[in-house]
Design a protein around this ligand. Structure first.
Ligand code: PFF
Length: 449
C-alpha cells in the first residue's frame, strides 16, 4: 500500500499545501470579522497567544501521527494504539475526523460558490449583462447549485491528480497568487480616505476585553478552524511528508504563515469597512457594532466597490478572486481526507474514489441548499463548534496518553536528530498530555453552555 501512496516532493510543496489548507475563508473572512466584533487588537492578541500556545501543539500532534502512520487517518491512529479497545477508539476518532472534513466541505463549497459567483459578476457587469449580474448576486437556489457544482468540480479535478501533481502543484501556483492579491489590495485600500481610522480600530487594543470569556472562546475556535484541526486533514498531509523533514520547524512555518495571512487580511478588511463608511455606506448595525458575517462580505464590501467607479470593478474582481483561491486550497485538503481513506481501505483507484466522494459531498451540499434555513447553520455548528474541538482534543489524548514516549521521540528525531535536547521536546509532550486537552475541553464546554 505505502509504495503507491503519494508524497510531497519538496519541503516548500508541503509548507504551501498545508498553509493552503490553513489559509481560507477562515482567515480572510472569519478572522477580520471576529476581530471587528471582539475589541479589535485585544482579539488579535489573544488569537496570537492561543494560536501558538494551543493550536500549534495540537497541529504538531496531528502532523506527527500522520508522518508516523504513513497512511490515512484511521490507519495512522490504529498504528499507535496498543490494544483492541484503543484500536476501536482509533477508528472512531479517525473516521470521525474524515466525516467532519466531508461535512465541512459540504457547507464550505456553498460559501466558496458565492465567492466564485461574485468574482464573475464584475465581468458580466462590465459587459452590460445586468440580468446575469443580478442573478449572480441573488440568493437563489439555482445560483447556489450551479456555483457549488463548479467549485466542487474544480476541487475534484485537482484531487483526482494526486498528491504531487494535484495538491502540491496547485498549492504552489495558487498560494503565491493569493499572497500577491492580498498584499496589492491591502496596499491600495490603505491609501483611501477613512482607512487610517479603520487601522486604529484594528490595531489599538481594548485591553479591558482581553480576558472576556466570549473573546477567548471565539479566538480558540478561530485558531482551530484556521489550522484545519480536528478533521484528520493534517494527519493525511503529515502522512505525505518525507521522513527526512524536521516536523517541528515545518509545523511552525505553517502556523506562522496562517497567522500572518489572517493578520494581513485584517489590515485589508477592517480599513476597507471604514473606507466604505467614509463613502456613505452603513457599516454599523442598530446596536452600534460593526456589521459582520455574510452581510459584511456580500453587502458592505460590494457597496464599497460600487462607490469606487471603474476601479471598483477591478478591486471587486481581485477581492473575490482572492476569496475563491483561498477557498480552493482549503477545500482540496477537505476532499483529500475521505479520498485517501477510500483509496486505501477499499483499494480503488484515486480517480474513482475522488469522483465518488466528490459526488457524495455535492449531494450533501445540495441537500443543504434545498433546506437552507434548516441545515446551513446546523452543519456549520456541528462541524466547527463540536466536531473539530472534540476530535482535535482526542488526537492530543492519543499522542499524550496512548502513544509510547520512546516511539514518539523516535519519530520526531527523524529529520531532527537534536529533537531530544530541544525546548520543544521539553515542553510539548506535557502540553499535549495535559494543557491542550484541558484547555480545549474548558473552552468547548464554555462555548456550548
Ligand atoms: N482552515 C480553513 C480556513 O481557515 O478557512 C478551513 C478548513 C480547511 C477547516 C480544512 C478544516 C479543514 F480540514
Amino acid at each position: 500500500m505505502s509504495e503507491n501512496r503519494g508524497k510531497f516532493n519538496s519541503r516548500i510543496g508541503f509548507i504551501l499545501a498545508a498553509a493552503g489548507s490553513a489559509v481560507g475563508l477562515g482567515n480572510i473572512w472569519g478572522f477580520p470579522t471576529q476581530a471587528a466584533g471582539n475589541g479589535g487588537a485585544a482579539f488579535v492578541l489573544m488569537y496570537l497567544i492561543l494560536a501558538f500556545c494551543l493550536a500549534y501543539p495540537a497541529f504538531m500532534a496531528e502532523l506527527i501521527i500522520g508522518r508516523h502512520g504513513q497512511a490515512n487517518a484511521v490507519e495512522s491512529l490504529k498504528k499507535i494504539s496498543n490494544s483492541a479497545l484503543q484500536k476501536k477508539f482509533a477508528f472512531i476518532v479517525g473516521f470521525g475526523g474524515i466525516l467532519c472534513a466531508g461535512l465541512l466541505m459540504s457547507f464550505y463549497s456553498i460559501v466558496a460558490g458565492w465567492m466564485v459567483a461574485y468574482t464573475v459578476e464584475p465581468i458580466t457587469t462590465t459587459l452590460g449583462a445586468t440580468d446575469i449580474s443580478t442573478w449572480l448576486k441573488s440568493h437563489s437556489t439555482s445560483r447556489n447549485l450551479l456555483f457549488t457544482f463548479i467549485f466542487c468540480s474544480l476541487t475534484i479535478l485537482i484531487i483526482s491528480r494526486g498528491v504531487s501533481d494535484g495538491i502540491e502543484k496547485w498549492s504552489k501556483r495558487l498560494m503565491p497568487a493569493l499572497v500577491f492579491l492580498l498584499v496589492a489590495l491591502t496596499a491600495y485600500v490603505l491609501t483611501l480616505d477613512g482607512a487610517m481610522e479603520g487601522l486604529k480600530a484594528y490595531l489599538v487594543p481594548d485591553m479591558a476585553r482581553l480576558f472576556e470569556p466570549a473573546l477567548i472562546v471565539d479566538a480558540l475556535g478561530q485558531a482551530f478552524f484556521s489550522l484545519s484541526l480536528g478533521t484528520s486533514v493534517i494527519i493525511i498531509y503529515g502522512s505525505y511528508v518525507s521522513k527526512q523533514e524536521n516536523l517541528v520547524s515545518l509545523g511552525a512555518y505553517v502556523t506562522l504563515i496562517d497567522v500572518s495571512i489572517a493578520f494581513l487580511a485584517g489590515l485589508l478588511v477592517i480599513p476597507a469597512m471604514y473606507v466604505a463608511a467614509a463613502n456613505g455606506v452603513q457599516i454599523f448595525n442598530e446596536s452600534g457594532a460593526l456589521i459582520d458575517g455574510d452581510q459584511l462580505v456580500l453587502t458592505v464590501l460590494p457597496a464599497l466597490f460600487d462607490t469606487m467607479g471603474s476601479v471598483g470593478v477591478f478591486v471587486a474582481f481581485a477581492f473575490f478572486a482572492l476569496m475563491s483561491i483561498a477557498s480552493l486550497t482549503s477545500s482540496i485538503s477537505m476532499l483529500e481526507a475521505p479520498v485517501s481513506y477510500t483509496v486505501e481501505r477499499f483499494s480503488i483507484s484515486r480517480k474513482k474514489a475522488t469522483l465518488l466522494m466528490g459526488a457524495l459531498i455535492f449531494a450533501t451540499s445540495s441537500l443543504i441548499i434545498f433546506n437552507f434555513d434548516l441545515l446551513f447553520v446546523f452543519v456549520i455548528n456541528l462541524t466547527t463548534k463540536y466536531g473539530q474541538p472534540i476530535i482535535g482534543m482526542l488526537c492530543c489524548i492519543f499522542v499524550g496518553w496512548i502513544w509510547s514516549r520512546s516511539s514518539l521521540l523516535e519519530e520526531l528525531k527523524q529529520g531532527n536528530e537534536e529533537a531530544e535536547n530541544q525546548f520543544f521536546w521539553k515542553i510539548w509532550p506535557w502540553y499535549t498530555k495535559l494543557v491542550c486537552p484541558l484547555a480545549i475541553a474548558i473552552v468547548f464546554i464554555n462555548s456550548i453552555l
